[in-house]
Design a binder for this molecule. Structure first.
Ligand code: GDP
Length: 139
């Protein structure tokens, strides 16, 4: 069990707006170690699978289309209390509600184009990391 790991994506809006470096800097400065990382553009099939828990939500296809609209940076991060600490670092889903200084507060455009993903549980972090990285890609 890798309970000290979380999975993140820097979403297409933040990549397009040139925030990749600043976001990685915030992540590293908050004490996270990068265990795995890649710069890729998701396919529709991958994005649908990733967000399948939201399949019944009205915004599902908008979200999928947004997530495949440009490249993303996917990463596995390690730190004590990784899930909770990373959710705190990124802030609320809607950037309007995200606390001052959080990544979404600083870099997000909207509730959909909200700059970053962060796993919400250890179980989902493991599932999401396995979707994107083989064991040989984690260091
Ligand atoms: P998260 O855990 O903070 O990422 O939030 P959720 O798991 O609830 O939602 C997943 C992603 O769906 C969010 O990060 C947003 O990109 C998107 N999303 C959430 N709520 C909405 C919404 O009401 N409208 C739209 N268009 N997208 C949403």
């Amino acid at each position: 069990m890798t309970t000290n790991r979380t999975f993140t994506m820097i979403k297409p809006d933040a990549v397009k707006n040139g925030h990749t470096g600043a976001i990685l800097n915030d992540i590293i400065h908050a004490g996270f170690k990068i265990v795995a990382m890649k710069y890729v553009q998701l396919t529709e099939k991958q994005a649908k699978k990733f967000y399948e828990v939201h399949a019944e939500r009205p915004f599902y296809m908008d979200l999928v289309n947004f997530m495949i609209s440009g490249p993303i940076v996917a990463a596995v991060l390690e730190k004590d209390n990784a899930i909770e600490d990373f959710r705190k670092l990124i802030g609320a889903t809607n950037p309007k509600d995200a606390a001052e200084g959080t990544i979404r507060n600083k870099y997000a455009e909207s509730i959909e184009a909200n700059a970053v993903h962060g796993s919400d549980s250890n179980e989902n972090a493991a599932i999401e990391s396995d979707l994107h990285f083989s064991m040989y890609e984690r260091f």
